[in-house]
Design a protein around this ligand. Structure first.
Ligand code: MN
Length: 405
């Protein structure tokens, strides 16, 4: 039990303890904090109050981004999580530790880590099947490679933005309804509700990571909105894949949930057929029971279930490095759109409105095929924690602003 008020009922209880980077109006220096209930524990103050004269861990925790701490690896992550748990549960430490608490509503949240590389996968069988049916209606919905490898592409790390940042409607080339090639603001702006995995401990160039080493490298999880301009994407993507239709912005949640906080959310992943090649074989195959919720201007429009993803995050990391490519501290790899078997389980408007042909009704009486200017999209998620508790991942939200130029 934590002594912090409200912790027992909060989705940010003592079993969660996500990491973020924040500043305040009075103290604009970004610093690392851990969220508990409606408070943020400023780790800089905890380090200053201790007796350490500058070990790697203390200097990493005094940084303005999570990267140095994430680079230290699992032993340091476990040790620090234990110390924070002790500080927030031990009543004798209450007076001292309370000095380091800052109310969440006074905090300005920043990107929690400096992104290194960004990879986006395509791991939901339901999403890939839906897109296949929409884009290639008269052929087999899944392409021949899909069940053999986790399909992915490299995205643009430099345009990863923290939750709450506005998204300017992108401009680009598209093919108009009468087949003309035109330039202008995207008219089919979409979202993709995804779960992102953040690499902490790097891997060595030339040496693949096995699926069983997943937890040695992955520090934690963030929610991702992979904004997608379907009209730009549809015209540009062959033969080299997504480019400007995706690279204008990717939003991430500002709280990184440690992998350890999701231990109770581990769930059996779907059986794979055909049997995968040995480098993708897991000795303990699991996904995570995360229930996502997507809302558009306050109306919940989808509830995508992450547990049914065909390719697991461990397989994705193994695939991403099997050619010898190294994983770096700060690499973000996202699951791909999370979609379940039913229409209301789908994590993109492309599927929810079936390419715009069946608009959604919002609670204000309006309808949407794709996003309009000033629309706000928020993705949240919950997961089971230990002993009946609930973990709530940091939400990712963003508002579309009009195109510039
Ligand atoms: Mn995506």
């Amino acid at each position: 039990m934590s002594w912090v008020q409200g912790a027992a009922e909060s989705n940010y209880g003592i079993h969660h303890l996500p990491y973020g980077v924040f500043s305040t109006k009075n103290d604009p220096t970004p610093r690392i904090g851990v969220r508990i209930a409606d408070q943020i524990l400023d780790l800089r103050m905890i380090v200053a109050a201790g007796t350490c004269s500058g070990c790697d861990t203390c200097s990493a925790l005094s940084a303005t981004t999570l990267n140095p701490f994430m680079a230290l690896g699992r032993d340091a992550w476990t040790q620090v999580r234990g110390q924070i748990t002790e500080a927030l549960t031990n009543n004798e430490m209450r007076t001292a530790v309370s000095q380091g608490l800052v109310p969440v509503n006074e905090a300005i949240m920043h990107l929690p880590f400096t992104p290194a590389d960004y990879v986006d996968f395509y791991a939901s069988e339901h999403h890939a099947t839906n897109l296949g049916r929409i884009l290639r209606p008269n052929s087999e919905p899944l392409l021949p490679n899909w069940r053999h490898l986790p399909v992915g592409y490299h995205g643009r790390a430099g345009t990863i933005i923290p939750s709450g940042t506005d998204v300017v409607r992108p401009c680009g080339q598209r093919k108009s309804a009468d087949g003309e090639i035109v330039f202008g603001p995207s008219v089919r702006l979409d979202i993709e509700a995804e779960v992102g995995f953040v690499v902490g401990a790097p891997s060595r160039l030339g040496k693949p990571v096995t699926p069983d080493d997943f937890a040695e490298h992955v520090f934690g999880v963030v929610l991702v909105n992979d904004w997608s301009a379907r009209d730009i994407q549809g015209w540009e993507y062959q033969p080299l894949g997504p480019f400007l239709g995706k690279s204008f912005a990717t939003s991430i949640g500002t709280w990184v949930t440690p992998l350890d906080a999701l231990a109770a959310a581990r769930a059996e992943a779907p059986e794979q057929d055909p049997v995968v090649l040995p480098y993708l074989k897991e000795s303990d195959r699991f996904g995570y029971e995360l229930s996502l919720s997507v809302s558009l201007n306050g109306t919940e429009v989808a509830r995508p279930p992450f547990a049914q993803m065909y390719w697991t995050p461990a397989q994705q990391l193994a695939h991403m490095t099997v050619n010898g490519a190294s994983a770096r501290t700060g690499d973000l790899y996202a699951s791909g759109t999370v979609s379940g078997p039913n229409r209301e389980d789908c994590g993109s408007l492309m599927e929810l409105t079936w390419a715009g042909s069946q608009p959604l009704a919002l609670s204000d009486g309006s309808t949407r095929a794709f996003l309009e200017d000033n629309d706000t999209v928020t993705i949240s998620a919950t997961a089971p924690g230990p002993r009946g508790s609930v973990i709530g991942l940091g939400e990712v939200t963003g508002t579309v602003t009009p195109a510039i130029g």
